[in-house]
Design a binder for this molecule. Structure first.
Ligand SMILES: NC(=O)c1ccc[n+]([C@@H]2O[C@H](COP(=O)([O-])OP(=O)(O)OC[C@H]3O[C@@H](n4cnc5c(N)ncnc54)[C@H](O)[C@@H]3O)[C@@H](O)[C@H]2O)c1
Length: 299
């Protein structure tokens, strides 16, 4: 008996890295898996069917069930086709895992429009595209133990100086996930996001001295896959609208934003009164700017 027997899962960006480890673990645990990957370079250029094909072969060789899909998640029509391919192949869809991603790192003053658009298109629009069509299917059924699992990043949660496009997309995915959690709970869908840390080609692109892992840590993407395996299961129904971290053998629950201080008045503030109120009440709660550093907080 596998932990995920009977579940039908789509994993985007499943030809490499975290997506591939996830698809393989889900397959090993008895899920039927649609392995989506466009097979692009790290910057989103090119395309290749081989990464998705190889993962499907590995899942089948291990006795699991999988089919490949080579669609571009940034393309609305191809995302619709991806969702339909799960239903055509396996008759249902229980779990959507949005992993596909690219990087085009630049400081904001060097970031061309094309590099902004490309990163937003794959991460943020891609996550919307697939979720839109999956949620239509879930909405029509109205009951089930459906799961939406999105990928964010510590770059989105904390900011990263060289990744304004990526961080914006990844924080956008958090707001999108919160919204889907609120909207879809009544249809039996939970929605959560994972901020991972794993040794993949994406992390290899970050200069060695800036990586936050030490050599002794088990950096394999299989550790992230384990959390996806749990969230994909019926056992995870208590968790929705949350952000989790997964890195090495360590898992984190992040807080959801909440107000830390409030000032309120009986009448409209003048700028001077507001200045005094904020100095007294907000300033003690605001950490002074960090010393200058170009060290990003991961990827
Ligand atoms: N590796 C980390 O430590 C880390 C840290 C933070 C966030 N993440 C996030 O985790 C996810 C997986 O990252 P990874 O490290 O495994 O990256 P990776 O580059 O190893 O794999 C990403 C895969 O997505 C595919 N892909 C890219 N654009 C696509 C598109 N438009 N349609 C379909 N497939 C597409 C690529 O072909 C590739 O196989 C990403 O969303 C990434 O932003 C990773």
């Amino acid at each position: 008996m596998g932990y995920l027997d009977g579940r039908v899962c789509i994993v985007t960006g499943a030809g490499r890295g975290i997506g591939a480890a996830t698809a393989e673990l889900l397959g090993q645990e008895g899920a039927r898996v649609v392995v989506n990957d466009l097979g692009v370079e790290l910057d989103g250029t090119g395309s290749d069917t081989q990464p998705a094909e190889e993962v499907v072969e590995r899942i089948r060789a291990a006795g699991g069930q999988a089919v490949a899909n080579f669609g571009n998640v940034a393309d609305h029509a191809q995302a619709e086709q991806l969702i339909h391919s799960a239903i055509e192949a396996y008759g249902r869809l229980d779990v959507l895992v949005n992993v596909a991603g690219i990087l085009r790192d630049r400081m904001i003053f060097n970031l061309p429009e094309g590099d902004w658009d490309a990163v937003i298109a794959v991460h943020l629009k891609g996550t919307y595209n697939t979720t839109h069509f999956a949620s239509q299917y879930w909405h029509d059924r109205r009951e089930g133990d459906y799961r939406l699992i999105n990928f964010t990043s510590s770059s989105g949660l904390f900011g990263a100086p060289g990744q304004p496009n990526y961080a914006a997309a990844k924080m956008g995915i958090v707001g999108f996930t919160y919204s889907c959690a609120r909207a879809l709970q009544r249809y039996g869908v939970t929605a959560n996001a994972i901020a991972p840390g794993a040794a993949t080609r994406m992390i290899d692109s970050i200069p060695g001295e800036r990586r936050t892992f030490t050599a002794s840590v088990d950096r394999s993407p299989e550790n992230v896959a384990v959390l996806v395996g749990f969230l994909a299961s019926r056992a995870s129904g208590w968790a929705t609208g949350r952000v989790f971290g997964a890195r090495g053998h360590e898992y984190t629950l992040y807080s959801n934003p909440e107000p830390v201080r409030v000032v309120a008045g009986e009448t409209r503030f003048t700028i001077e009164r507001l200045e005094a109120a904020l100095e007294a009440t907000f300033r003690p709660a605001v950490a002074p700017p960090e010393p200058r550093s170009d060290t990003p907080r991961g990827s």
